[in-house]
Design a binder for this molecule. Structure first.
Ligand SMILES: Cc1cc2nc3c(=O)[nH]c(=O)nc-3n(C[C@H](O)[C@H](O)[C@H](O)COP(=O)(O)OP(=O)(O)OC[C@H]3O[C@@H](n4cnc5c(N)ncnc54)[C@H](O)[C@@H]3O)c2cc1C
Length: 732
């Protein structure tokens, strides 16, 4: 008690002291007391960029540059996207301090705004590769602005719209696609249940057919069968795709997809439907995830999405695919679009985190090496380079690989569907894991500033964490990658035919030979890098096949794969990293000699070296000797210092300019989003000598010289007391 009243007294007198000092009229001499520290001598190196960042951005974005710029331009025109004019530039970013309800409401308003401006034109009606690439580019941009916005749109167009496109037939396309594109209906996608997420085949919702009325009847038979996490269900969706077991004449035909209305156009929940809210989440609160129960909900027979199977009016089950496993696979195959969009979204988010952390590391100094000399820029510490630059190289590699994934997605055919399935599974998992790791490293690399909401990195962790779970849990997807490779291996062995597809053609060649001693030039050669990645993949595939087969003999078929999980993980990783490296290499090969190719060569080598360094398989199975592993480690360090001069240009290469914030020279660049990391001055005379205070770029422009401002808290306190000098509205 006593201590709490004395501390509140202290606080009152402290505030009085701050206020009285603040209100003191400044004198010219006190103005002189503000001296610039070495921190202010930093000059941004934009003038000395090693290569044309716009050209690099084009290489990395890969497609639809004008469309992307057009959309960025739209966002900054509307208050809905929270534009801020700072230093003559306009920046936009979502406000995560809003309540869940506010975030949901503004997300819907943003969608209406984009709809009115024709952003979604052709999104479900134009299936040409060009139309699909435009859609993917625009979704990239929206995801950079806000994950909730991209996901809410993604659920409506890619999941609801995609299910109608791919699971449906002409009758569904004609009835629903135009209305979907114009948001006359708002769709959601109800697959997951409380009791079954990854295991979609185990869902319990059950649908029967009533031949007397020509209707399907959908039921939630138990609490664990309630649909759960359904994006859009809690507030806005009028219709849903329902995944359900289909029971015809007492026989379960497996999981099928149906269209059901859940709300009328005024937003009232339909009869026999019950909906509840999933509530507040650690991020993505602009998406209204909900739970749905169906109580004998009747829908017309035509609402079965019948591309794979149908039910005749008199109740006969009809499908050209007799095998239930193959039928289920056919149902799931079109769902790759979500994994494609999440893969690229994860990469753009890593870029934002890295842009902020690298820029911070180019302005923040800490400790002096020589004692009296200037403090050292964070990015000049080799250890700091080692933390950020390999992540930057991986992000670049994954950016190029993401473009490769988009290409196989928009040109997909039934023949390429398996490849698309495993590449999208592998990339979605690996890139979303990479994103979470990158954001955490960037958060820490910004020190305390990384924790400020305004500096974005911390928030992004919460917003994007879900990417490791939805659209297929990462661990489960990676197991599917290995399982598919194993099936391909067994089939190639059985039929004694060469490998074709999945990029496994290298298995048809003799096993690569790795030189006994690795020099720097060998390590950096594409031949060595591809050879050692292919060697790892082919050897792990053989080991995995042998392990599963041995366990099958000992433990039975059902357990064999489960028990071989370690090799399955190693193999999925090897497959992913080889595919990424190959995609990077192919993008680089198209370039003519010059600075872009040079720096991409360094990044590709860094990507390869860091994969060699981080995967214990190389040592465990002897693809690298201990001595060579040490050489690789040294090469990582060398590459860090060679890439260091390019670091700023490399984070300025995506079209993030209108997403960024501008807080004075320290953060100036025409390309990169800096956070609100603040510009500071050291006060050498004043009520607390030697204290760091905020500089004029951040404080109101009419700040009185000589007034001693402290960091945020005290300033806010004064403002609340009606300080005449301060314009609270201008504080960032
Ligand atoms: C914010 C959010 C939005 C979502 N939106 C939608 C939506 O719109 N529509 C929709 O239908 N669903 C949606 N989902 C659901 C999402 O797709 C599922 O959460 C996801 O598929 C994982 O299922 P689960 O949560 O039941 O986890 P589980 O499947 O229970 O997995 C839990 C853990 O067990 C592990 N595991 C599971 N199976 C195995 C196995 N065989 N071997 C080893 N480990 C295993 C997983 O790796 C995971 O770590 C959303 C989820 C969230 C969080």
């Amino acid at each position: 008690m006593a201590s709490s009243s004395s501390s509140s007294l202290d606080r009152v007198s402290w505030r009085a002291l701050v206020l009285s000092r603040h209100l003191q009229q400044p004198t010219d001499s006190s103005f002189q007391s503000l001296e610039s520290s070495v921190c202010l001598q930093y000059s941004p190196p934009e003038g000395n960029l090693e290569f044309d960042v716009r050209e690099m951005r084009k290489l990395n974005d890969g497609h639809n540059f004008e469309d992307r710029d057009w959309l960025f331009g739209l966002l900054i025109q509307s208050n809905l996207f929270c534009p801020r004019n700072s230093g003559g530039k306009i920046f936009v970013s979502a406000d995560y301090n809003q309540s869940m309800e506010q975030q949901r409401e503004i997300t819907m308003k943003r969608i209406r705004f984009l709809l009115d401006r024709g952003v979604f034109k052709g999104w479900v009606t134009d299936r040409s590769p060009e139309g699909e690439l435009r859609k993917l580019a625009l979704l990239d941009v929206l995801g950079i602005f806000d994950h909730s916005l991209a996901i809410k749109i993604g659920v409506h167009f890619f999941l609801w719209g995609g299910a109608i496109q791919f699971f449906g037939t002409k009758r569904h396309h004609e009835k629903w696609l135009k209305d979907t594109e114009g948001y006359l209906v708002t769709g959601c996608f109800a697959m997951t249940e409380l009791g079954h997420g990854s295991n979609v085949r185990g869902i319990e919702t059950i649908t029967t057919y009533d031949s007397n009325t020509g209707e399907f009847v959908i039921n939630t038979p138990s609490e664990s069968a309630q649909k759960y996490w359904i994006g859009g269900a809690a507030n806005h969706a009028t219709h849903t795709i329902v995944f359900s077991q289909l029971n015809i004449n007492g026989r379960n035909q497996g999981v099928h997809a149906f269209i059901a209305q859940i709300r009328d156009l005024d937003g009232n929940i339909c009869p026999n439907i019950r909906i509840a809210d999933c509530g507040h989440k650690i991020g993505l609160n602009g998406v209204d995830n909900g739970r749905i129960w169906f109580d004998n909900v009747r829908i017309p027979r035509e609402n079965l999405l019948n591309s794979v199977a149908d039910v005749s009016p008199d109740g006969q089950y009809l499908s050209s695919i007799k095998d239930p496993d193959q039928r289920f696979a056919a149902f799931m195959a079109p769902l790759t679009s979500g994994r494609v969009t999440l893969s690229t979204s994860a990469i753009y988010t890593s870029k934002i985190g890295l842009a902020i952390a690298i820029r911070y590391s180019l302005s923040r100094r800490a400790f002096s090496v020589s004692g009296s000399g200037p403090e050292v820029l964070l990015l000049d510490y080799p250890s700091h380079q080692r933390r950020l630059i390999p992540l930057l190289a991986k992000t670049y590699a994954m950016g190029f690989a993401g473009n490769y994934l988009k290409k196989i997605y928009v040109t997909r055919t039934p023949k390429t569907s398996k490849t698309l399935h495993i590449v999208s599974s592998a990339f979605k998992s690996t890139f979303s894991w990479h994103n979470m790791r990158t954001l955490q490293e960037c958060r820490e690399a910004c020190g305390g500033q990384g924790l400020k909401t305004e500096n974005r990195v911390g928030n992004l962790k919460g917003e994007f964490d879900v990417q490791t779970t939805f659209e297929g849990d990462n661990n489960v997807l990676m197991q599917q990658v290995s399982k598919t490779l194993l099936a391909e291996y067994i089939s190639a062995q059985k039929r004694k035919r060469p490998f074709q597809g999945f990029g496994l053609e290298h298995m048809n060649d003799p096993s690569p030979v790795i030189p006994a001693q690795l020099s720097s030039s060998v390590l950096r050669s594409t031949k060595f890098q591809m050879d050692i990645f292919c060697l790892r993949e082919r050897d792990l595939l053989k080991r995995f096949a042998a392990d599963v087969s041995q366990r099958e003999a000992q433990e039975g078929k059902a357990y064999a794969f489960l028990l071989s999980y370690q090799l399955a993980e190693d193999l999925a990783r090897a497959y992913t990293e080889r595919t990424v490296l190959q995609a990077f290499f192919e993008s680089e090969t198209c370039l003519s000699e010059g600075p872009h190719k040079n720096v991409l060569g360094l990044l590709r080598s860094m990507y390869a070296m860091i994969c060699l360094e981080e995967d214990a398989s190389f040592l465990r199975y002897g693809y690298l000797s201990i001595e060579n592993a040490a050489t690789v480690r040294k090469e990582v360090m060398k590459l860090c210092s060679e890439l260091r001069p390019h670091a700023l240009s490399l984070v300025g290469t995506s079209n993030w300019s209108s997403m960024s914030r501008y807080y004075g020279a320290l953060w100036y660049t025409s390309w990169v989003p800096a956070g609100v990391l603040q510009f500071r001055l050291r006060v050498t005379v004043g009520y607390e000598d030697g204290k760091w205070v905020l500089a004029p770029k951040v404080l109101p422009a009419d700040r009185k010289a000589g007034v001693i401002y402290d960091m945020g808290v005290q300033i806010s306190d004064i403002a609340k007391e009606g300080c005449s000098h301060c314009d609270k509205g201008q504080w960032k």
